[in-house]
Ligand binder design. Structure first.
Ligand code: FES
Length: 115
């Protein structure tokens, strides 16, 4: 596990960009009160998802409006058709952690790897 930030750094309904061992991650405090981590790149074009809007349990790409389910990485609407990697998040003592593999890199939990 790698500490990314504290819970207070990400108000509910917002997201921040973080780089973990060169992997760009959007850390999201969703409206269900949970924290999620999704690869910070839309699967449709090279646009950072962390600059999009949080809506419920989804993150909306600001460029063409595809939304990605933060629990699965799957797009819920066009134009994106491919899922985005998501990463396991844990909140402990007011801090937010992302789990990493033996090389210290965030490990996708939905089997999708960053391209
Ligand atoms: S770049 Fe994200 S939907 Fe097109």
């Amino acid at each position: 596990m790698i500490k990314v930030c504290s819970v207070e750094d990400v108000p509910k309904g917002s997201s921040v960009a973080a780089a973990i061992d060169g992997v760009e991650v959007a850390l999201v405090h969703a409206e269900d009160d949970n924290f999620y981590a999704i690869h910070d790149m839309c699967s449709h074009a090279e646009v950072p998802l962390s600059e999009g809007e949080v809506d419920g349990c989804t993150l909306e790409c600001w460029l063409h409006g595809s939304r990605f389910d933060l629990r699965t990485g799957q797009p819920t609407g066009l134009p994106a058709t491919e899922p985005v990697p998501i990463y396991p998040v844990e909140v402990r003592d007011g801090d937010v952690y992302i789990s990493v593999d033996e090389n210290g890199r965030p490990k996708p939990s939905n089997g999708v790897h960053p391209s």
